[in-house]
Design a protein around this ligand. Sequence first.
Ligand code: PHE
Length: 344
Amino acid sequence: MEERLKELETLALQQVSEAQDLKQLNEVRVAYLGKKGPITEILRGMGQLSAEERPKMGALANVVREAIAGKIEEKQAELEKAAVAAKLASETIDVTLPGRPTPTGSQHPLTKVVEEIEDLFLGMGYTIAEGPEVEKDYYNFEALNLPKDHPARDMQDSFYITDEILLRTHTSPVQARTMEKNEAKGPIKIICPGKVYRRDDDDATHSHQFTQIEGLVIDENISMSDLKGTLEVFAKKMFGDEREIRLRPSFFPFTEPSVEVDVSCAKCGGKGCNVCKQTGWIEILGAGMVHPRVLEMAGYDSKKYQGFAFGMGPERIAMLRYGIDDIRHFYTNDQRFVKQFNRV
Ligand code: PHE
């Protein structure tokens, strides 16, 4: 029995030292020290021994058991330490590695220009008004002094949905709607940014869909000089303090008088170059004094109230600003184009 115990001890200690991980170690523990293990069995068979031998063997069996248990404990601590070290090693973060850049979007140049124009007018006390892109013929034309069959409707080729409904051809219907909605029939000071649609063939300077910003001011004693002063401030803020503006007579059915507004060429300073086609001036918007009929159709007393309105195309302004030569760049979303405005 003594031999058997020694043999078990040697075997067990060897297996303990060979265990690779905690699972294997536990298997060794169960195999040697478990209830069904050989040592328990030996202790159980002690009854058959003589009274002399019993305490000797009992003591030896306990020594062997403790030796094995002690070794297991030691090995367990060692394996646990190794496991922690391995985990730490595998989870090490190399803080010196270069970071992975996250691709971020950038603001579209057109959005930039629209927001800049909005901010400019918000700073002058205007509020922003919006209206539907699918519009009634009434607001798009009739309420703006363009009755059915008016020849000036040809100035804006339209996408009709029904006889009475179309895609708005300009943002001016928002002024008609705002005046009509104003129950007090009192002062108004708004700008209306938005998309508009015209049946044009797309080319470098035309698009069937583009953007406009309309401005409308209604109050008592509003005159052409208020319009000119406002647009001059706008042009200087937008294109530089040295810019001048000039008004040329024009025609819009909803304004009387109507003007076309030019700004002095930023490239040549008015001397004449390829950008301004040697004229020194660049047309940037249409404007005028709100036609009394438009005021009256919206319920205003045109004797008491006057107003001015203007309409501009942010695409054109962005093109002049950044030297963009084709309006289609705004809509095709070529990353090589859009990304150039990240830093602007
Ligand atoms: N709505 C006109 C257009 O699109 C522009 C404009 C607006 C002209 C307001 C005068 C006053 O052509």
